[in-house]
Design a protein. Structure first.
Length: 317
């Protein structure tokens, strides 16, 4: 009898164990099927039958360009890798969430030129991922890739992104090019306004406290008499302060182009020494909301601030 009871217990144990194994196998099968079906829905069918084309951008100014090109195009999803307040990507490190986004992407749109220092890692992790380099058709200023701060260069970037998307997603190519043309018309109005301002105030002397403003200085035909690239990690020495003050005095500079977040302290130092020097705090367009016209609004505000500063500087001539 004891043996019979023991055998019964073992039989029940085996039955229970088999049930656990069966349930586990079924759950794993369901999970695998779910992942597979999701990938079929999200991913692009390479034969040309796209269910959902996904474009990923690296950071804010590239996202805004792509946002205008893609618009409300059905069957296309646009995702930005970084948060809209991240700023420049020089020291950005990819997160697990970023890796997930890239694993689901059909195309990755970046500024290029050294802004995104993680691109080598991306190429290793996702060797088959299609890339669009927005700056590839531009002649950058030395190692400075902040080309979006020039409206005319940004327009080239917009067209480059549109062309790249049209190649990667041929089924929506006409939509991309039409949206691109519409956006370029808006940008052209701003570019012409900037050109008129540049002709009116050409050859004013200025100092810049962020490398992004080298593009604006070029477009507005300013004579840059000194520069400092200020960011969150920049430690300014007493000697550098003395040098920049000497340059401002020597050339009679009345305008400083600066970003308020990182340049305000240095501008206040200059102001204490030379109260007649005017600091213009400009938007570097690396942060903001995700509205399609956000770049246009930021650059229009920059233009208004510059015109005010140029009027001020010209009054001393």
């Amino acid at each position: 009898m004891g043996g019979t009871k023991e055998g019964g217990r073992k039989g029940k144990s085996r039955t229970l164990k088999n049930k656990y194994v069966f349930v586990t196998v079924m759950l794993l099968t369901l999970m695998s099927a779910s992942i597979f079906l999701t990938s079929l829905y999200v991913r692009h069918d390479r034969s040309g039958n796209a269910h959902q084309f996904q474009a990923v951008t690296s950071f804010y100014p590239v996202y805004i360009a792509a946002r205008n090109i893609i618009g409300d195009c059905s069957g296309v999803t646009l995702v930005n890798l970084s948060e809209p307040q991240t700023g420049c990507m020089h020291d950005y490190q990819l997160t697990a969430e970023d890796m997930k986004k890239l694993s689901q992407a059909d195309v990755f749109i970046v500024n290029g030129g050294g802004i995104e220092n993680f691109l080598a890692e991306t190429g290793t992790q996702y060797p088959d991922l299609q890339m669009i380099y927005a700056s590839e058709r531009l002649e950058l200023l030395d190692d400075n890739a902040h080309a979006w701060m020039s409206v005319k260069d940004y327009m080239v970037q917009v067209q480059t992104i549109a062309d790249g998307l049209a190649r990667a997603d041929k089924s929506h190519g006409d939509v991309y090019q039409k949206n691109c043309a519409d956006y370029l018309k808006k940008l052209e109005v701003l570019r012409q306004r900037q050109e008129e301002t540049a002709q009116k105030y050409a050859s004013l002397d200025a100092v810049i406290f962020h490398e992004a403003f080298e593009y604006m200085a070029r477009d507005f035909q300013l004579r840059v008499q000194g520069s400092m690239d200020l960011d969150e990690e920049r430690q300014v020495s007493a000697g550098e302060v003395a040098d920049i003050l000497a340059q401002i005095r020597e050339h009679g500079v009345k305008i400083i182009l600066a970003e308020e977040l990182y340049g305000k302290r240095m501008c206040e130092t200059v102001s204490r020494e030379m109260p007649d020097v005017h600091a213009v705090y400009l938007d570097t367009c690396v942060r903001g909301n995700y509205e399609a016209d956000s770049y246009l609004k930021a650059m229009e505000e920059n233009l208004l601030r510059l015109e005010e500063a140029f009027d001020y500087a010209q009054s001393y001539i």
